[in-house]
Design a protein. Sequence first.
Length: 342
Amino acid sequence: MGFWDFFVEKIAIDLGTANTLIIYKDEIVVNEPSIIAIDRSTSRIISVGKDAMQMHEKTHQNIKTIRPLKDGVIADFHAAEWMIRSLIRMIKKGRMTFFPNTYVMVICIPSGITEVEKRAVRDSAEHAGAREVYMIHEPIAAAIGIDINIHRPVGSMIVDIGGGTTEIAVIALSGIVCNQSIRIGGDTFNKDIMDYIRRQHNLLIGERTAERVKMEAGAALTEMEDGPEEYPIRGRDLMSGVPKVIKVSYSEVAFALEKSISKIEEAILKALENSPPELSADIYDNGIHLAGGGALLRGLARRLQNKTKLTTHISEDPLTAVARGTGIAMNNLKEYRSVLIT
């Protein structure tokens, strides 16, 4: 080991469309929205994460908010690099360092990512201080994070519903046997809610309000025994142009999300259809495992269970399942070498 190796540290990054999580020394030390705010005139970063999200859709002409990731991949290379740098700096907050640290980074990526998109992730990480960059597919990271032994010759189906993509994969023997990656996720749900409220109630709302509606009154089923109460929405009336408040029920939100959830169901059925028969038998025994923030949508597990006739499990703390799996892979690079992409 050389002198400079003492200053190399391992970090795992779940670089998500909606949120970015960083694991350092076996702990989630950063859990922030994937967004930055910059000064238009100087291109200086004003804030990152939660503070930038508070500014989103409320800025004046001198400030711009940027979400560097779209549909699970980097859409703005420079903004992504600035965001990763700033989030990594949060790890070091309050700590004195005499030498610049370099990092070994393990970053999770969608299974349907292209070579160009992989290069964008690698380049952003290297510019942010990474000496070595490893990538891992999100469904495999999610499987590791929910304590599935991916090395065994047993089939497991993972459905990871993130902010930008839904990753569906059948995993066995440390590899993806068949997968479906569709660009539908939490952001699509928000857009569906915005469109529905505009069409049905002539009310214009923003992304942040749609996100709150999804969390407070979102559902995948129009009829539920324990559904949430009606939720008040504030926005701008398209007819009069003045602010207005309306109330929406979970049934309306479920109706708004119907098209997107149906596409997720179709992708799951397609992945099941493409599975080898022996692995199909394993999936029948083990069921489907849901991870990602979308797994928290009320009634979704029950709806998928009704559609596929397979037991559907929601993983413990689905929001952090991918990050936890990425962290485990980072701490056991030799064991998980076969699933890491360099």
